[in-house]
Design a protein around this ligand. Sequence first.
Ligand code: FAD
Length: 561
Amino acid sequence: MFLTFNQCFSNVPFENWGSSVNNTPRYTFLPQTVLGVQNVVRFAKSKNFRVRCAGYRHSWSDSFSEDHQVLVSLVNLETVTTLPDPMSIIGGEYNAATAPELKTIELKGETSPGKRLCRIGVSVTNEEFRRWSVANKAWAIPVDVILVEVTIGGVNAPICHGAGISHKTISDHVRRIEYVDCNGELRVVDDPYLIKAAAGAFGLLGVVTHITIELDAMTYAIMQPVKVDVGLAIPPTSLDQIPKALRESWFNESNAQEKIVSAKKDFEKRAAEDYYSEWFWFSYQKKTWVNTFNTTSDPTGAIDYPSEANTFLQWIQGWLGGVITGVPFFNAIPGYWQAQLIASLGMAALPPTLGESKTPTFKTLLPNALHFRRGVQNMRVRDMEFQIPLPPRADDASKPDFSVVQKAWWDVINLVYAAADNKDDPSSPMRLTLELRIMGGSDVLMAPQRGNDLGTASIEILTLPDAVTDDEWMGFSQKVCDLWMSYGDELNVRPHWAKEWEGVRFKGVEARQYMREVAYKSQIAEFKDALTQIGKGQEWELGELKERFSNALWDEVIFDG
Ligand SMILES: Cc1cc2nc3c(=O)[nH]c(=O)nc-3n(C[C@H](O)[C@H](O)[C@H](O)COP(=O)(O)OP(=O)(O)OC[C@H]3O[C@@H](n4cnc5c(N)ncnc54)[C@H](O)[C@@H]3O)c2cc1C
């Protein structure tokens, strides 16, 4: 009776997409309805199992289930264990009539002109929501992660984000959470303060079933991506920081300093004013990919971007990347050449693709621009991302000082070259990219961007799995962490909860301890108070959340402090 509406498997090994978490839950349930979720939680309560969820399994941190416990998988097992994943290239629109209860998308009332609520089932993927949004051409989530192979529930729980200084996290747009509590009851949180704890609760409140998000009226992005000399995209604070290998002819010209000054102005303008702002540097490449854009409500001249053919091509590129980086021959070649090969392919695939001096313009529906790259998940990667608060400028405290971003960017580039140039032990730990997005702060209680009133530099390093096998990645990540933590004690620099942060030490302190005792000390207290308040009205206590919905990571970070 308990198992009605659920598929259930026992002792199926779990691995996340990034291969950083492995365990064997006692039971893996695949509910498609709210009642199905309720039955799982009631069953778990009766047998004293802990319940944790998984969406597309794209998080790297140890935030899933554990050996001998219960896993609720909100995506079917074949999809989450098979690469390449054809979802983004199989045609067809989202069909509300055939969607199961945890995959519904329903428009609700307008909250103000140009804003409208939308109730979304947690198993809805970003690709399904993109298709729904593009088909109706009326409403869109203003920010999103680039990846389409994720679930709405999975993106909300660890407080994911997009880009643009005026944008907070995705969880900041959540207005109502429906969840199954520790007693198996369906509950709602929509209080304007308590929602800041319930959205972005890491699965600790219970199993979320539906999320109501406030959408914006549809707009069109005017994309003009460009490839810029690495020294002039995000310029260094002084010319000598540009490694010799990246110095272009202008470096030795008499007006090099003027070029840097003008590049800094362009960088700051994009960072401070554009709707969306993002920079990619592929290891050892002489150009940086700059993708910042603004939006308009005028649809004239809009195209599908990427087009169907281009989506297919991107998907194939991701798939080939996955195949190449998975074969023993590729992994036997030196890391430096792995990086050169993958990085130059990656850069070549990004627009403009027909000559770097060209500056093509693509006007497209905002959801297409937010998900400009498809098929990336066909190639597994490792990823560490930090949120660095933008400090106030010395001459005008109401404006952000972007020099911290320049430092964080060039410190990594120089570290990459220091590793490659090390005569005794040359290495190539960062075999993919350095990425930067400028974004706003957050009101979500446990967000790493909380309190960043002038904005956040969301910066990350990515590599191929072989760099982990070669024992190069963790040492490099630690060095990057040390640098990004060194820009002043007044900056509360914190990692993205879903990415790799548990293996490094923060200012010499073990990661979980640092989160609990330093980085989130007051926020954790506030979060627990808010959860306690929610529980008062809903007949459960904080201790029951720990008992039913936590795991070793969250015990240590949230409950045992
Ligand atoms: C290639 C790539 C690109 C990425 N780009 C970005 C980016 O641009 N911005 C960004 O912020 N992040 C980004 N990420 C991180 C990604 O958005 C997160 O890992 C996200 O959680 C993935 O969603 P998922 O469906 O795979 O969730 P999972 O990783 O499966 O789950 C994430 C967490 O949510 C919990 N959870 C899931 N569903 C529920 C539910 N219904 N109820 C309660 N708890 C639940 C799980 O227990 C887990 O703790 C990227 C990841 C990859 C691999």
